[in-house]
Design a protein around this ligand. Structure first.
Ligand SMILES: Nc1ncnc2c1ncn2[C@@H]1O[C@H](COP(=O)(O)OP(=O)(O)OP(=O)(O)O)[C@@H](O)[C@H]1O
Ligand SMILES: [Mg+2]
Length: 264
């Protein structure tokens, strides 16, 4: 049987921001059904890479294919493509004056013409999937950080997207909430037949649920392989990142800015 095509295929990708090249010669293939962890120090370009997948940032060179198609450039085609992406952005982005259920319903109200009663049922199913059915009528301020993150996850799942993209899903969560969110990512991936890309610098929480790991540093991919192989790597750059050491082959980010004036 032929190999099914990858859900994301990136070839020789270059991404520029503010007139500067952030990432160059990125090659990455994400097989359907897998969880890929994209790791790397702060400011290395992880969110920039995601912006290329969602079409927010066009490629400066190379190709990006998502869901079997090149990422389109027209706004209309982009909106269509994004219905197939469940995106959990850095921060939850929950609307504070809406209830949990209303937040999860937003994508369904925006992108479908389903009747309210059916939307309510779908919303309760999504909330059930993240273990928060009982919180449907609460407001975001009444939730813990971990619960709010799970609501954002339910909202990202609302349209049943085949591809989930998580940008720093653990920021601000304690170890217990982090464990809950990460095991939920794995469980949803497997029970709903999704593919997941998890961008994070939380290596030790993320590797156990990942099938494949990629490390981004110094403007490119410096490791791509199995999580076990990453943990066992003796490469000084990888060791520096895994051990969180400030000195080594990865320059500490703020140094690059020392010679530049503060922005006005
Ligand atoms: N809108 C922008 N305009 C110009 N430069 C940007 C923009 N967004 C990000 N950058 C720069 O691109 C580089 C990569 O940023 P990016 O946000 O992708 O890093 P990151 O790996 O997601 O970091 P973090 O772990 O802190 O979220 C940084 O040097 C950043 O200053
Ligand atoms: Mg980021």
């Amino acid at each position: 049987m032929p190999e099914p095509s990858p859900i994301v295929r990136i070839e020789h990708l270059r991404l520029d921001r503010g007139g500067r090249t952030v990432l160059r010669d990125i090659n990455l293939s994400v097989p359907r059904g897998s969880i890929v962890a994209v790791l790397g120090p702060s400011g290395c370009g992880k969110s920039t890479l995601l912006a290329a997948l969602t079409g927010e940032l066009p490629a400066a060179a190379g190709t990006v294919e998502v869901l079997g198609q090149p990422v389109p450039r027209s706004q209309r085609a982009l909106l269509e493509m994004r219905k197939g992406l469940g995106v959990l952005l850095q921060g939850n982005g929950l609307l504070t004056d809406l209830t949990v259920a209303e937040n999860v319903a937003l994508p369904l109200r925006t992108h479908t013409k389903l009747p309210s009663a059916l939307i309510r049922r779908l919303v309760l199913m999504k909330l059930h999937a993240v273990g928060l059915r009982a919180a449907a009528d609460a407001y975001p301020r009444e939730l813990s950080g971990g619960m709010a993150r799970r609501v954002a996850l339910a909202r990202a799942l609302a349209l049943d997207p085949p591809l989930m993209i998580y940008d720093e899903p653990l920021t601000g969560l304690d170890p217990i909430a982090s464990g809950v969110v990460m095991s939920l990512v794995r469980r949803l991936n497997d029970t709903l037949g999704l593919t997941s890309i998890v961008v994070t610098h939380h290596v030790h929480e993320t590797l156990p649920i990942a099938d494949h790991a990629v490390v981004v540093a110094n403007g490119g991919i410096v490791f791509s392989g199995a999580p076990d192989a990453l943990q066992a790597s003796t490469d000084p750059l990888i060791r520096q990142f895994l051990n969180g050491e400030p000195d080594g082959p990865i320059p500490f980010e703020s140094r690059a800015f020392n010679s530049q004036p503060e922005p006005a």
